[in-house]
Design a protein around this ligand. Sequence first.
Ligand SMILES: NC(=O)CCC(=O)C(=O)O
Length: 292
Amino acid sequence: MSKGNNSNSNKLTLAVLQLPGGSNVSANVRQAVEHIAQLKAANPQLQLAILPESFNGPYAIEEFGKHAESVPDGPTCRELSQLAKKLAIYIIGGSIIERDANNKLYNTCTVWSPTGKLIGRHRKIHLFTMHIEPDQLGGVYFDESAALTAGNEPTVVEIGPHKVGIGICHDKRFEELARIYRNMGCSMLVYPSAFCICQGPMHWELLQRARAHDNQLFVVTCAPARNNMSGYVAYGHSMIVDPWARVQREAGDGFELMVEEIDFNKVDEVRRQIPIYKQRRTDVYDLARAST
Ligand SMILES: NC(=O)CCC(=O)C(=O)O
């Protein structure tokens, strides 16, 4: 656990909470609130706390409607808003299932400022749809679109002076979204996630390092702790990848709280020394697109 002095605005101390999930929504929210408060007490320099995808209820198609709530007036949002204000920190509130006024459900990440204000609402853009045969990787069948509606907008929030792009789990497979965030000036991408154990060993780290490499920024994921008794077994391994595409910190698969300092000077350092963004040949790419 690093405890550096981050009075320098180019540094940010964040916490990634790899929490176990359960079916009791208010117990899940309470454990998140208690752990964040304890982390802040132990690390007064903490500025940002990040929670996992679907942190307040089971990640299961048939359960989504049961624990859906409105944003920003629902009970989970109220708790996160009050906590952010009380501790004077930013919170990237993992995701919850949002029910809108038309009864549509979304997988939604809310972001809270140190005054308790909602500064971002990201509705998962790429819904998790996968059908891997049982003889491959143990098999996976999941189709979020059976219950959820996809979001249509990228979400950039300002954490202090730093622009941060938000995605939710499967969103990280899509390089176009990460590139849009880079074009919008982001120096960090945060993906609350619940990656599956089947693809985890093969793609989890690869995708984060790829997004970090291509866009020369930090990539942070926050996953639930693994529960082998659950219908959907999450991979865990919450991770922080630096702009050189090196793994700075990685959790195991169980309950784990990581506090880490992010040094945004590294973003400029990499971009200066490996200037691939300036070297892009959009003229060539445009020609290739025109000919297909
Ligand atoms: N919750 C998710 O979006 C899971 C995504 C996933 O496991 C993948 O392979 O993509």
